[in-house]
Ligand binder design. Structure first.
Ligand code: SF4
Length: 417
């Protein structure tokens, strides 16, 4: 534990000194705050909407079993295939059953897929995977991992992206975001049509209709989920909302807190494509996918739902707003994290993906300043939850010795060193 904690602190100090990361983060934080404030000012009713959404999410969290059952029924009614995976092994078994081997797969951004190391496993089974979100495409080609929930490559400055894309393109590309985006667009265009399978996450799945809400700005998710023959949705159970109308409320809240007046694209997918144009006979598999799969993933979520202190973490709508306001995140980016990063990443690491031991260094890096609560639309009290996790770590003897010694010195001498 001591070595792990020291290595982790060394990594954070190293990142703090990395001028590329600092430059990229300074630009991103400044730009995000302006955009979010403008969006919230333009649509003040979002404050009321977010309260209603909090209540709805709490209701679902308290009745997961019922809502999973309803969602299954609705997905099947819409001629989709429903799967439930209680843990990583089950999720991978289901996924392998759908994808098999030798397939070309295009993917939309999904932090949940990181929980099961989806790309690594798909490739291990002999498939070729293309991340299509620009940030994820950068991360995939850098062989790195997402550093923010919404902006996976937030820590990479344009100069580094130009270097990377120049290597892929085999020609010199300038550090100009417009030109770099143009290159990614050209490169990925054919991949959508070649792909056998498209995989996406979900912003929401509505229990009443089995519909999957997908919010995006780039347009890649539309291609990735519409062009291939098979669309697979991989989503945590916390994404379930009772009704279609709740999905639209979520859209308003997430968009504004993520700093957008509106998302460019909103797709609502309810089953495979179909037509009734010939004698009103319904035929499944028209222009879009012929097969539609929803994999709902638990991995500890239903257990967390039973704990009154931890349950609010399942409200998280992944808007990413908290990270830009955090005291630590703008210095460390997602290196202050495992699969999930930042303050909210601490309980997600401890309870959902990674385990309490992996969360220990993160939990003891948090300053408990509470700025994240102020800017979180779901008003998740991360500092309170982090205290709970520290308590758990203490009981399990997982407090890093460096911290333990410091506390003992304070108790004895009144000063930390
Ligand atoms: S914790 Fe709150 S602010 Fe942070 S990503 Fe989740 S919903 Fe957004």
């Amino acid at each position: 534990m001591e070595k792990e904690f020291k290595d982790y602190m060394k990594l954070l100090y190293k990142i703090r000194r990395d001028k590329f990361t600092r430059t990229a983060l300074n630009r991103a934080v400044k730009s995000f705050r302006i955009k979010r404030d403008e969006a919230l000012k333009a649509f003040p009713h979002v404050e009321e909407e977010k309260k209603k959404l909090q209540e709805t999410k709490d209701f679902v969290i308290n009745h997961f079993d019922d809502f999973i059952e309803k969602t299954e029924k609705s997905v099947k009614t819409m001629h989709g295939n429903f799967h439930f995976a209680k843990d990583k092994d089950e999720a991978l078994k289901i996924l392998k059953g759908i994808t098999g081997t030798g397939k070309t797969i295009v993917k939309g951004k999904s932090i949940t897929s990181e929980e099961i190391d989806m790309n690594e496993n798909l490739e291990k089974w002999g498939n070729t995977v293309y991340e299509t979100d620009l940030g994820e495409f950068i991360v995939q080609n850098l062989k790195s991992r997402p550093m923010h929930i919404l902006a996976p490559a937030v820590n990479i400055p344009k100069e580094k992206v130009a270097e990377l894309f120049s290597k892929i393109a085999n020609r010199e590309l300038p550090p100009d975001p417009k030109k770099l985006t143009e290159f990614a667009r050209e490169y990925l265009r054919d991949k959508y049509m070649e792909a056998d399978i498209g995989i996406s996450g979900a912003n929401a799945i509505t229990a009443d209709t089995g519909s999957v809400f997908l919010f995006e700005n780039e347009g890649n998710i539309r291609f990735a989920t519409n062009a291939p023959d098979v669309h697979v949705v991989f989503s945590g159970i916390e994404k379930i909302l009772p009704t279609l109308s709740d999905g639209f409320r979520l859209l308003e809240v997430v968009s504004r807190y993520a700093g957008y007046l509106a998302m460019t694209y909103v797709s609502i997918v309810s089953g495979p494509s179909k037509t009734g144009d010939i004698e009103k006979t319904i035929v499944y598999g028209a222009h879009g996918p012929r097969e539609f799969h929803v994999i709902l993933y638990d991995s500890g979520r239903s257990e967390v739902a039973k704990d009154p202190v931890l349950a609010p973490i399942l409200r998280c709508v992944r808007c990413g707003a908290c990270m830009y306001e955090c005291a630590i995140y703008p210095i460390t980016t997602g290196y202050w994290g495992y699969k999930y990063m930042g303050g909210i990443g601490i309980p997600w690491t401890a309870c959902i993906s990674g385990g309490v031991e992996k969360a220990a260094p993160m939990a003891f890096t948090c300053t408990l300043c509470g700025r994240c609560v102020k800017y979180c639309p779901m008003e998740i009290d991360v500092p309170e939850i982090v205290q709970e996790i520290r308590e758990k770590l203490y009981k399990e003897g997982l407090v890093p010795p460096f911290i333990k010694n410091m506390v003992e010195t304070v108790m004895k001498d009144g000063v930390p060193y």
